[in-house]
Design a protein around this ligand. Structure first.
Ligand SMILES: Nc1ncnc2c1ncn2[C@@H]1O[C@H](COP(=O)(O)OP(=O)(O)OP(=O)(O)O)[C@@H](O)[C@H]1O
Length: 600
């Protein structure tokens, strides 16, 4: 029950509906117990003595009970439905909000399909139990108490005899719960894995098909499907073992009552009406006991689901704003960025050396800093740290002299425009994609940003222009077009700091040059951090840093770096093989930038 206690905040607002649902069902059940009493009256006081004048009154009483009982059943259904659905609504919102709050590090290991199944199937499991299952389970308990109390007043020795089944059934039900809970837990995570498979396959379908790996993907799916099926088979086995057992125990008590009760009716120590009432009541009590398995089933299923939801809801948020964090005033931000001996290691990669070591940059407002380096050298890590995707391990990053850990997260990020390596577009219009960061932007502003990003031309050629809907992940557009929309999106915000993480790699040289010129205009007085593999992108930067496995191996302007032996000159040589003029300049020794190659 700890799980449901922990989920209380999501349903306790509606405790009125909870009590309505419980009380509705309990009263309806109690009224149901009146039927055997009516039968007893009919037999003992009317049929046996032959006094039939009360039959009509008795029948009307039965009809009255039926109507009132139906009314209370309605209260149960209405309240349970309201309770469950409101709970599911709140839980869904809370999970979604949590997903928005969770930091980048959570998404490094999270699986989309698994999250999807938590937000759908698991919420459904909890909704069903709290809305209905809980009231039914409680009702079974109440029925036992009410029913046996009434039976006790009719004939206590026979009642005591039948009561023997209760602890036996209770024991079996607990064993059943213990056996079935782990099975349900594995089923839930098997569903999660199955969804992940499908989701990944659909997302990566182009890669799968281009490598002709469909059979491999099918095998992977079949493996998960076998796992899912086997889990269900285990479930069926547990069911098959316990269900007949529960039914058998319940029926033994009915048989015992008929035998002992029938004996006493023949002996004249029990009236026929009492025996009919007792067996009717036992039947009413035993019926929900038979479904106790189903009820426990629902309980354990929703407990497993509740666990998975709480696991998500209780996830620690790695990067968050300090309660007293500084909220930036956009008009007063200069955009002076400093990385002061920053080192960082990814939490999920403890076995690996640091992704960034002793990284130092001083980027006054309006400067352009270029980052060059082989793949995995730490370039994206550096810009991610400025965005506070992760918090630095050692050292500090400052914006206008303030440690960014002391700045309110949203206000920090609102000063930064970033274009990622992979341009993600939402499945909506191009217009909405560009104005994502500033939904209040006018059409003119959107078009202006698109013009600067060299996107206006191709957008206008599309049948619906800015109102064209781009599919999931921007399908239907070329890589370069997607990149240009992503650049327009970043430019529209007129951020004080612009980060371009290999953002122009999919563009041809000419378009890239035009975008660079446009970015220079827009970014006059603002700070740009630019990651690129092309010298043409970087050459105008005020300072270029060359990274290698997290270390800064070279730094300087293009003119200085091209004269130093090292990766920069080497890259230049490869990319400008037809223009070796700059390489003919006399070599200068590598500038002692203070960086030392430290292992690890
Ligand atoms: N989210 C992550 N979780 C764990 N390790 C990561 C993560 N992102 C990057 N790394 C690791 O950190 C190191 C630096 O990666 P980073 O992405 O900063 O390199 P990069 O220079 O931007 O490379 P590329 O040019 O290929 O984008 C690499 O060893 C990489 O495997």
């Amino acid at each position: 029950m700890d799980i449901f206690r922990a989920l209380k905040t999501y349903y306790w607002h509606d405790k009125g509906f909870l009590w309505g649902s419980v009380a509705g069902l309990a009263i309806a059940t109690a009224l149901g117990l009146a039927y055997p009493l009516l039968l007893k009256t009919l037999i003992d006081e009317m049929i046996v003595p032959g006094r039939y004048e009360g039959v009509l009154g008795l029948t009307l009483t039965a009809v009255g009970i039926i109507v009132v009982k139906a009314g209370f059943q309605y209260v149960h259904g209405f309240s349970g439905g309201r309770l469950g659905n409101r709970l599911a609504y709140r839980l869904r919102n809370a999970c979604y909000e949590k997903l928005q709050q969770l930091s980048f590090s959570y998404y490094d290991t999270a699986r989309t399909g698994d999250l999807m199944s938590r937000l759908t199937a698991d919420i459904e499991g909890v909704r069903m139990f709290i809305g209905f299952g809980f009231a039914q389970l409680l009702n079974t308990g109440l029925l036992l108490v009410f029913g046996f109390t009434m039976m006790f007043f009719i004939d206590w020795p026979l009642t005591l005899m039948t009561l023997v089944i209760v602890p036996v059934l209770g024991f079996v039900a607990i064993r059943f719960e213990q056996n079935i809970h782990p099975v349900f837990r594995s089923i839930r995570s098997a569903v999660g894995r199955l969804t992940v498979r499908v989701q990944e396959n659909v997302t990566g379908v182009r890669t799968v098909k281009s490598f002709a790996r469909e059979p491999f993907e099918i095998r992977k799916f079949v493996k998960e499907n076998v796992d899912y099926r086997d889990n269900h088979l285990s479930l069926a086995t547990v069911w098959a073992r316990y269900f007949p057992l529960i039914e058998m125990i319940a029926n033994v008590s009915v048989a015992a009552l008929l035998l002992a009760g029938g004996w006493r009716v023949i002996a004249g120590t029990l009236s026929l009406g009492d025996l009919v009432a007792l067996s009717g009541m036992l039947g009413l009590i035993v019926a929900p006991l038979w479904t106790l398995g189903f009820q426990i089933n629902g309980y354990t299923q929703s407990k497993a689901s509740g666990e998975r939801l709480l696991e998500l809801l209780n996830q620690p948020i790695a990067v968050r704003s300090h309660p007293k964090a500084l909220v930036l005033d956009g008009d007063r931000v200069q955009g002076h960025v400093r990385f002061e001996d920053v080192s960082f290691r990814y939490a999920n990669r403890d076995d690996q050396p640091s992704a960034l070591l002793g990284f130092r940059v001083d980027a006054p407002a309006g400067s352009v800093i270029g980052l060059l380096g082989g793949t995995g050298s730490g370039k994206s890590t550096a810009v991610g740290l400025l965005l506070r995707a992760y918090d630095v391990g050692e050292g500090a990053i400052t914006l206008d002299g303030v440690d960014i850990r002391h700045i309110e997260l949203a206000s920090l990020r609102s000063q930064i425009g970033i274009v990622f390596q992979e341009s993600f577009l939402f499945s909506t219009t191009i217009k909405e994609n560009i104005s994502y960061g500033r939904p209040d932007a006018t059409q003119e502003e959107i078009e202006e940003a698109a013009r600067l990003a060299q996107a206006d031309g191709f957008i206008r050629e599309l049948p619906l222009g800015y109102d064209t809907i781009v599919g999931e992940r921007g399908m239907g557009l070329s890589g370069g077009q997607k990149q240009r929309i992503a650049i327009a999106r970043a430019l529209l915000n007129k951020p004080k700091i612009l980060i371009l993480d290999d953002a122009t790699s999919a563009l041809d040289m000419e378009t890239e040059h035009e975008i660079q010129t446009a970015i220079r205009q827009v970014m006059a007085g603002r700070t740009v951090l630019m990651i690129a593999h092309r010298i043409s992108t970087l050459r105008r930067a005020d300072e270029i840093l060359v990274l290698d496995r997290g270390h800064t191996t070279q730094r300087g302007t293009h003119d200085a770096l091209v004269r130093q032996p090292g990766l920069y000159r080497e890259t230049y040589r490869i990319q400008y093989a037809d223009r070796p003029d700059e390489l003919d300049q006399p070599l200068t020794a590598a500038k002692p930038s203070g960086e030392r190659r430290v292992s690890g």
